[in-house]
Design a protein around this ligand. Structure first.
Ligand code: FAD
Ligand code: UDP
Length: 369
């Protein structure tokens, strides 16, 4: 038997919080990570004096004061407010959908005028309760915004038509009848000054924790199961069970990062390309997350792709078919009393960071108290 109480598979937010809190309660924890660095998808790395979000733009937001206070133990956050813009064939629109978007699109000035326009356009639904992303989008913002800002972006992002996707995905975005470009409705929002990696570093920096990088659980699965009394697994739940009930669907991404010799490339941290021809979904200009004034800039183009074996599984595809299959894996998992499945991949859920933190804290509380 191992000298450790827990093996944590994965050093992302879920794994790191579990390890940190368990270590604080006197448990000995080994963390294994298949990548060559800690921090999972929140990993940031300094380049040219700029914190680069290596796995896509990460903006922290929550309305839960406990979660905000928790994460602020590990870093100071700046006042960044996410206000992405959409570029549709050279036309620029504010996101999320708000009075600035409606004004640019239709010339409407007042909320009443905007509501009337949307009402007129949603009549194509003939009062039907939205059952998919297309119907939900039209019901929220009408057909013009659906056609210019949602339809093609979503097809690129998910590789499926909006009629084949669940409505909840578009409900992530606020719709506002005020001139307010804040992408989130949450009370607290910001970017950790100096990046996210320091947060995970501090969580894992504990005498009771040992971290091993470049180590894939599946290379020694059987011996880990024998050696460790308990395992916290934050990788893909279907892979854990050798896909024996079938494969869950994921969406992967490809990032193309360039250093550019100009100080300001696009004037905003996030620009979405919502047409069908541009092959990438968005361009991130990292320095704007921290109001950087460096001489050079770094941008990342984000391409969405079908997940295939060997790719990183960035997004679970939470449609009915996959959720149903996940439930069967969950049932199977419940038979293993000594394994906890956590995080975006272990729980197959489109979690944001604050939700992963809440889930990890709840899990460790239940497990150890
Ligand atoms: P992960 O960060 O994926 O960590 C899992 C870790 O386990 C990884 O390091 C992985 O390498 C490791 N692992 C997996 N399998 C194995 C194995 N077999 N052996 C060893 N190690 C293994 N959230 C927000 O709140 N705001 C945002 O703006 C935001 N933007 C996002 C943008 C993108 C492009 C993506 C993909 C996600 C975004 N998120 C955002 C969500 C956020 O990334 C997640 O909520 C959070 O990182 C999930 O943490 P996790 O620990 O569950 O998973
Ligand atoms: N979306 C869209 N156009 C945009 C931005 C978002 O149609 O310009 C839709 C798209 O379906 C996307 C969903 O809204 O998957 C959620 O967007 P969010 O920005 O939350 O996606 P994430 O950052 O998680 O990729």
């Amino acid at each position: 038997m191992s000298k450790f109480d827990y093996l944590v598979v994965g050093s992302g937010l879920f794994g790191a919080i579990f390890a940190c809190e368990a270590a604080n309660k006197g448990k000995r924890v080994k963390v294994i990570e298949k990548r060559n660095h800690i921090a999972g998808n929140v990993y940031t790395k300094e380049q040219e004096g700029i914190q680069v979000h290596e796995y896509g733009a990460h903006i922290f937001h929550t309305s839960d004061k406990k979660i905000w206070d928790y994460v602020n133990q590990f870093a100071d956050f700046n006042r960044y407010t996410n206000s992405p813009i959409a570029n549709f064939k050279g036309e620029i629109y504010n996101l999320p959908f708000n009075m600035n978007t409606f004004n640019k699109l239709w010339g409407v000035i007042t909320p009443d005028e905007a509501e009337a326009k949307i009402n007129e356009q949603r009549s194509v639904l003939k009062g039907k309760v939205p059952e998919n992303l297309e119907e939900q989008a039209i019901s929220l913002v009408g057909t013009d915004i659906y056609e210019k800002l949602i339809k093609h972006y979503t097809k690129k992002q998910w590789g499926k038509k909006c009629t084949e996707l669940p409505a909840f995905i578009i409900r992530r975005l606020p719709v506002r009848f005020t001139y307010d470009n804040n992408y989130f409705n949450d009370v607290y929002q910001g970017i950790p000054i100096g990046g996210y990696t320091q947060i995970i570093e501090k969580m894992l920096n504990h005498p009771n924790i040992v971290v091993e990088l470049n180590t894939d659980f599946f290379e020694r699965k059987e011996s880990y199961l024998r050696e460790f009394p308990k395992i916290v697994f934050t990788g893909m739940i279907d892979q854990f069970f050798d896909y024996k009930l079938g494969k869950l669907e994921y969406r992967s991404l490809r990032f193309e990062t360039e250093v550019i010799n100009v100080s300001n490339y696009q004037g905003n941290a996030v620009v979405n390309y919502t047409d069908s021809v541009t092959p990438y979904t968005r361009i991130i200009e990292h320095k704007h997350f921290e109001f950087g004034d460096q001489e050079k800039t770094i941008i990342t183009k984000e391409y969405s792709k079908k997940w295939e074996s060997g790719d990183e599984p960035y997004y679970p595809v939470n449609d009915e078919k996959n959720n149903h299959l996940y439930k069967s894996y969950k049932k199977l998992a419940e038979k293993y009393g000594n394994i906890i499945f956590g995080g975006r991949l272990g729980q197959y859920r489109y979690y944001d960071m604050h939700q992963v933190i809440a889930a990890a804290l709840q899990c460790v509380e239940k497990e150890i108290n």
